[in-house]
Design a protein around this ligand. Structure first.
Ligand code: MN
Length: 504
């Protein structure tokens, strides 16, 4: 059975606290969703602001291949705004639960029903595709809900949607309501589930299993409060879990990870590391037992192959590490230690692991380079010259000379202070070579007094989003900062160089 994917990242997702997108940003996400293969997107709520109206209009003018819907209340003005924004498909809603009727709408059940019918009839009279939502359906009196859906179906609605507005449904109840709705409307039914109890995807699956043909979802599960059912989880569960019934969607699953990262970057909300399918750790292994199993046959500890969602397996080493996994990680970079060297590297890894340290592949490479010595792995970036000037009545200024893999580069730049000027000058050089950017910088004083030791922690990121951190301790804030940055750059470039060597 084909399940329709209705993505509401640009509407419910944008209602996430702290998220507000410009029309250009919304358009760029709409294009990405279209490429991912969603059947429909909810582009926005045109009546709420000029910017929102403009965004929806830009999206409807783009010639995307997916259907484009816009949200409206059951109010003529909202529906007219949707039409003016170029929409021919509306998602119109009115609340039907007693708590919403009494405290929000100040309406009786009959008044709400009348508004619903009027909106559907008006939308149809204007030639629109109309999807009707009974907001807070899962807390609505069950008989009244049936009545509402039955009446809007008679009024000509094309689709109806069952929103679990506050994530209050159990999977069992979602199935019952879905069956009611299919029976009373004979229309395609959508489910719109929220994650207040972590059940959004389970509830949506349950609705689909009970006869719904469409799910409203968002990328990374963003949305009001705890968010919506996440597209990536729902789609992969439909595709991969052992249901008797075979489910399919039009989603190009290999684009899922890229889309997740893209949306996360634009809206500025990080994905939690343990998030299913798209979290950093979703295909990561550290423990020796798991890593050994996965290296022999990935299906031992992975339900699906990471490539299916456009990802790669991630092995990590730490205190749970085993030699097989560690050697596999090193081999990935073309580093092949002897058995004795492997044991030495692993011992150092475990010491760091026991101290509670996270050991990234970049750190593993630097440990390996210590053990293997010069003929192992070298420092790629060396600081060969450096000076700063600062004071009052003059703009802080830095000169930096770096030797990168045998070639000399120099750069100069200004800054708000000598540290800023130095880091800017370094970034000017490294930005030209490999787009390395300094993401975080933190300075702490370790001991008191004007001769205190300072500790600088930085993190740098390359164009692929790999991030490493480095720390340096010293007496001089400026040179310690520069040293930390050079260390970070070395670590991140080491990985890159080894990868390139392996490819060539
Ligand atoms: Mn919602």
């Amino acid at each position: 059975m084909k399940v329709r994917i209705f993505d509401t990242t640009l509407r419910d997702g944008e209602q996430t606290i702290g998220v507000s997108l410009s029309p250009d940003q919304k358009l760029s996400i709409a294009k990405k969703l279209d490429a991912l293969g969603v059947d429909a997107i909810e582009a926005g709520f045109p009546v709420i602001s000029d910017g929102e109206f403009k965004a929806v209009k830009m999206i409807t003018s783009e010639g995307l291949s997916c259907e484009i819907a816009g949200l409206t209340r059951t109010i003529k003005k909202d529906i007219d705004a949707a039409i003016d924004a170029g929409l021919n498909y509306i998602h119109t809603f009115i609340a039907t639960s007693d708590i919403h009727l009494e405290y929000k709408l100040h309406m009786t059940r009959d008044q709400a029903l009348e508004k619903a019918i009027e909106a559907v009839e008006y939308g149809k009279s204007r030639g629109l595709q109309v999807e009707f939502s009974a907001e807070d359906a899962t807390r609505t009196d069950r008989e009244f809900l049936k009545k509402v859906f039955g009446e809007v179906a008679k009024a000509g609605a094309d689709r109806v949607n069952l929103p679990d507005t506050v994530g209050y449904a159990t999977p069992e109840y979602m199935a019952e309501l879905t069956r009611d709705t299919v029976q009373v409307t004979k229309l395609p039914v959508s489910v719109h589930c929220h994650n207040d109890f972590g059940l959004a995807v389970a509830n949506a699956l349950s609705g689909i299993h009970a006869g719904a043909s469409c799910a409203h979802v968002t990328i990374n599960g963003i949305g009001e409060r705890a968010g919506n059912a996440s597209l990536e989880e729902l789609v992969m569960a439909l595709q991969c879990l052992p249901y008797d019934q075979k489910y399919e969607t039009n989603i190009k699953s290999e684009l899922i990870y890229d889309t997740s990262r893209y949306v996360s970057k634009i809206i500025g909300i990080k994905v939690q590391p343990n998030k299913a399918i798209v979290g950093d750790n979703a295909f990561g292994h550290e423990s020796g037992i798991h890593t050994h199993g996965v290296l022999n046959n990935p299906l031992t500890y992975e339900p699906i192959s990471p490539e299916l969602v456009g990802r790669k397996r991630r092995l990590r080493v730490g205190k749970h590490a085993g030699i097989h996994g560690m050697n596999a990680m090193l081999a990935d970079f073309g580093v092949k230690p002897t058995e004795e060297q492997s044991q030495q590297i692993l011992a150092k890894v475990k010491v760091l692991g026991d101290q509670g340290k996270q050991i990234s592949d970049v750190e593993l490479l630097s440990i390996a380079s210590d053990v293997l010595g010069d003929k192992g792995i070298k420092r790629i970036v060396q600081l060969t010259g450096f000076s700063v000037s600062t004071g009052i009545g003059t703009m802080p200024y830095a000169f930096v000379k770096l030797n990168i893999d045998g070639k000399e580069y120099s750069g100069t730049d200004h800054g708000v202070g000598p540290v800023d000027a130095s880091l800017n000058a370094i970034q000017k050089i490294t930005g030209k070579i490999s787009e390395i950017r300094i993401k975080d910088y933190a300075l702490a004083s370790i001991s008191g007094g004007s001769n205190a030791l300072c500790e600088v922690t930085i993190s740098v990121e390359d164009a692929q989003g790999n991030r490493v951190s480095a720390k340096s301790v010293g007496e001089d804030i400026v040179t310690t900062s520069v040293q930390a940055v050079i260390d970070g750059i070395n670590r991140i470039m080491l990985k890159k160089m080894l990868k390139e060597k392996e490819l060539s």
